[in-house]
Design a protein around this ligand. Structure first.
Ligand code: SAM
Length: 286
């Protein structure tokens, strides 16, 4: 019986070939088949790494599903298969996820050579909070899906990472300014690691004006500050809400728990403020 092969996801540069890591080059040199989006582009990368004679197979957004049986066949036959995308980390706004899931389901070892990723590079250089963030990829281009996503982003408390194409940048910034407010901080990270790398920092309102006034080029990640925390509820609103629940027949304990959840205050505070209301409610109102 032939031992099963390995699928290796290999991250590649997002613009600067110097970012091809020695481990990435070794993984590509050690693979008998390299799955990639654009074979010409990947051949250039391989020749930059001094790697020749690799078999290349195109796996892109439109044929990934159809290629799975063939690639899993190669893996079952004991071959090492590398998967790369045109740039960055495969599977992130790029093909790869379905192939990885199929290989894992077939019991084949899947491993990764981590490396460049545009969204993470933009996040860490943005100066916006990195402790909690979310990746939104490309926004839907139009319609109800786009509106819904913009509304969700407006409420999102974590830093938001978006991919955007240069010709749509100004429109997207204007739509974000409308949904999130013109004062929200934003960083536009353009052409990272390349000759014309630019990090533009300001508010959404300023960004919408700036990028409408010039025709930006190249590849872009938008890093958006999270929504501000809502102001803490004041004592009167907590009391009012506890009282309404007591009058509806809830116990003070239940009323305090439910108000704590709906106003984002501590149960203890809701309970303590509710004690006086509970007394008033027992005495038949004030
Ligand atoms: N898998 C890739 C990664 O890990 O970064 C992302 C691929 S996605 C199809 C391409 C998008 O990534 C571009 O439209 C742009 O939003 C972003 N991107 C790629 N390279 C970039 C760069 N050098 N500077 C800024 N953004 C970049």
């Amino acid at each position: 019986m032939t031992a099963a092969g390995r699928l290796v996801l290999v991250a590649t540069p997002i613009g600067n070939l110097g970012d091809l890591s020695p481990r990435a080059a070794a993984a590509l040199a050690g693979a008998s088949l390299v799955c990639c989006e654009d074979t010409r582009r990947t051949r250039q990368l391989l020749s930059h790494g001094g790697i020749t004679g690799r078999r290349l197979l195109s796996v892109h957004g439109h044929n990934e599903q159809a290629r799975i049986a063939e690639v899993v066949g190669e893996l079952r036959a004991g071959r090492t298969v590398a998967l790369v995308s045109d740039a960055g980390t495969p599977g992130v706004s790029d093909p790869g996820t379905r192939l990885v899931a199929a290989a894992a389901a077939a019991g084949i070892e899947v491993t990764v050579v981590p490396g460049p990723n545009a969204a993470l590079a933009a996040l860490v250089v943005s100066g916006l909070p990195t402790d909690r963030f979310c990746f939104e990829g490309f926004l839907p281009r139009w319609g109800a899906d786009r509106r819904r996503r913009l509304e969700q982003i407006a409420e999102e408390r974590r830093t938001v990472l978006l991919h955007e194409a240069a010709p749509r940048l100004a429109d997207t910034l204007a739509a974000l300014a409308e949904s999130c407010g013109a004062d929200r901080r934003v960083v536009v990270a353009r052409e990272l690691t390349k000759l014309h790398e630019e990090l533009w920092r300001g508010t959404l309102g300023e960004a919408a004006g700036e990028f409408a006034a010039r025709e930006p080029r190249g590849e872009i990640v938008v890093v958006l500050d999270g929504a501000p925390a809502p102001p803490e509820a004041d004592d009167d609103s907590v009391r009012r809400q506890v009282r309404a629940r007591l009058e509806a027949g809830q116990t003070l304990r239940d009323a305090a728990a439910s108000v704590a959840a709906s106003l984002g205050v501590s149960r203890r505070r809701a309970y303590e403020l509710g004690l006086a209301e509970a007394g008033t409610a027992r005495n038949g109102g004030d």
